[in-house]
Design a binder for this molecule. Structure first.
Ligand code: 0O2
Length: 221
């Protein structure tokens, strides 16, 4: 009986994983369409790169245990909102909001929560837009809503966040004070860079079409 239970659980978890993979695919398709249409309309590509991941079973169970969530697929589906993650890196701050608005206003996307860490950065300097969305995945049995965490940020914010993430893990969360202060300074520098790049971009675009001749090729990488 225990063996049958274990087998059922394994099947349930692999279904959970698969549904989240499908949801990531759906979001990636939406992002790719937005990107290509944006390029067609405005002659520039607002998205630098897109990455995605589905949490491994190990890290799902680790987080579930830490949070005291029941080890049932149903409870996990309801309470763990970052099993599927898509990260969109944009060139400019204005683009991050534009992409967020366009994505979250699509009729099949249900917004669960939006966190604007660009307007309200975390105390350590972390900046990004986070959207927790439910997206329908069409299975043989019908549509199933699946939750995806979408993070949207600029290249400078992404650069900062990936270094901070490495430092945080290296020190197991107990980052020395001088590094925390340095990271705060670096976050300020990243913000300044974002502002200056945006100003430059606006200025140059205001002076007519500056599309580089190979801009469409960027999408084919
Ligand atoms: P990983 O390894 O990227 O998956 P929660 O995820 O709900 O426990 P919270 O704070 O309620 O945490 O949600 P929030 O703020 O939306 O953060 C979720 C994710 O945003 C994190 O996932 C990170 O990817 C990113 N993030 C949030 N804060 C920071 C930060 O200070 N530095 C960096 N580098 N990334 C951050 P995970 O699961 O924590 O990490």
């Amino acid at each position: 009986e225990l063996l049958a239970f274990a087998r059922d659980m394994r099947r349930e978890f692999s279904r959970l994983h698969m549904e989240h993979e499908f949801a990531v695919d759906e979001v990636l398709t939406k992002v790719s369409i937005l990107q290509r249409e944006f390029l067609h309309l405005h002659q520039y590509n607002p998205i630098e790169h897109v990455t995605s991941r589905v949490k491994s079973l190990d890290s799902i169970l680790h987080k579930v245990t830490k949070r005291g969530i029941d080890w049932t697929p149903q409870a996990i589906r309801t309470h763990l909102t970052d099993i599927a993650g898509v990260r969109i890196t944009c060139s400019f701050i204005a683009d991050t909001y534009r992409i967020l608005d366009t994505l979250t206003s699509q009729t099949d996307v249900k917004v669960r929560e939006i966190k604007d860490y660009i307007a309200n950065p975390k105390p350590n300097g972390y900046k990004s837009l986070h959207a927790i969305i439910d997206i329908p995945v069409f299975l043989s049995t019908g549509p199933v809503p699946v939750t995806v965490e979408v993070q949207i940020r600029t290249i400078a914010m992404d650069f900062w966040a990936s270094l901070e993430h490495k430092i945080y893990y290296k020190y197991n969360g107990a980052v020395p004070d001088h590094l925390i202060a340095d990271l705060c300074d670096a976050a300020d520098a990243a913000e300044q860079l974002d502002r200056r790049m945006e100003q430059l971009h606006t200025e140059v675009r205001g002076n007519g079409d500056t599309t580089p001749p190979d801009s469409t090729e960027e999408l084919e990488e």
